[in-house]
Design a protein around this ligand. Structure first.
Ligand SMILES: Nc1ncnc2c1ncn2[C@@H]1O[C@H](COP(=O)(O)OP(=O)(O)O)[C@@H](O)[C@H]1O
Ligand SMILES: [Mg+2]
Length: 224
């Protein structure tokens, strides 16, 4: 089987004045369709950097990144944005919902710039909110939802364009243990339905659902 994502000798360095910060140091990694990958490591070890590269939010200083057969390591932002919109769903620790939009509108938002009528966008958003157990909160604003409910909205939003890959960067970091476990179970269910999931977490307990585990330290993979 072909890897869905392949990183070859990926390096990311930042210049801070006359200092060089190495965020990723010769990373080699293959991720296959329907993998559930966990990425662990201390703060500053490069977890978000690796996720941002895979998510086409950033490009490496050196090395190659293949998404299916396409090398995305050196593409301009306009191309990256296109790929991102079609293939990748993002879930973040801080939810990133728009405060003035309802749950339904937040979920539908990434579909806005497609040539699809509004009622169809809202119908699809409603289906996804049903799938994450929020059919009774469609008209609620983010401020009227609990943390776990906000993260469910964010999960539904990440799926709206039917991406193959879900990138979740510490999605349970702001949630209590029970709610975090519920969120993980939802991710696992979508994994079983065919989504490839890449999960960044501090919590070793949460890596139990992963079939592939990566531990980062100082920008290097030191184990799994
Ligand atoms: N935009 C940036 N400019 C400079 N240094 C950065 C930038 N983003 C990340 N870094 C540095 O790269 C390293 C890895 O960061 P990050 O991937 O955010 O770590 P993690 O997500 O594991 O906490 C850190 O040392 C961080 O300070
Ligand atoms: Mg991070």
């Amino acid at each position: 089987m072909q890897p869905l994502i392949k990183l070859e000798n990926v390096e990311k360095t930042y210049k801070m004045g006359d200092q060089k910060v190495t965020a990723l140091d010769k990373i080699n990694l293959e991720i296959y369709p329907e993998d559930f990958v966990s990425i662990q490591g201390p703060s500053g070890s490069g977890k978000s950097t690796i996720v941002n590269m895979i998510g086409c939010l950033d490009t490496p200083s050196k090395g190659e990144i293949y998404l299916e057969k396409h090398n995305i390591a050196h593409l301009p932002e306009s191309d990256l944005a296109q790929i991102r919109g079609k293939k990748i769903g993002f879930i973040f620790q801080i939810f990133n919902l728009i405060p003035s939009l309802t749950a339904l509108e937040n979920v539908a938002l990434p579909m806005t710039f497609q040539n699809i009528p509004r009622y169809m966008r809202l119908k699809r958003a409603q289906e996804l909110l049903n799938q994450v157990g929020l059919s009774n909160r469609l008209k609620h604003l983010p401020s009227e939802l609990s943390g776990g409910q906000k993260q469910r909205v964010a999960i539904a939003r990440s799926l709206i364009n039917n991406p193959e890959i879900i990138l979740a960067d510490e999605p349970t970091g702001n949630l209590d243990i029970k709610t975090g476990n519920e969120i993980m179970q939802i991710l696992k269910d979508f994994n079983k339905k065919g989504k490839t999931i890449i999960l960044v977490t501090h919590n070793p307990e949460l890596t139990k659902l992963a079939n592939k585990k990566i531990i980062l330290k100082d920008g290097k993979i030191i184990g799994g």
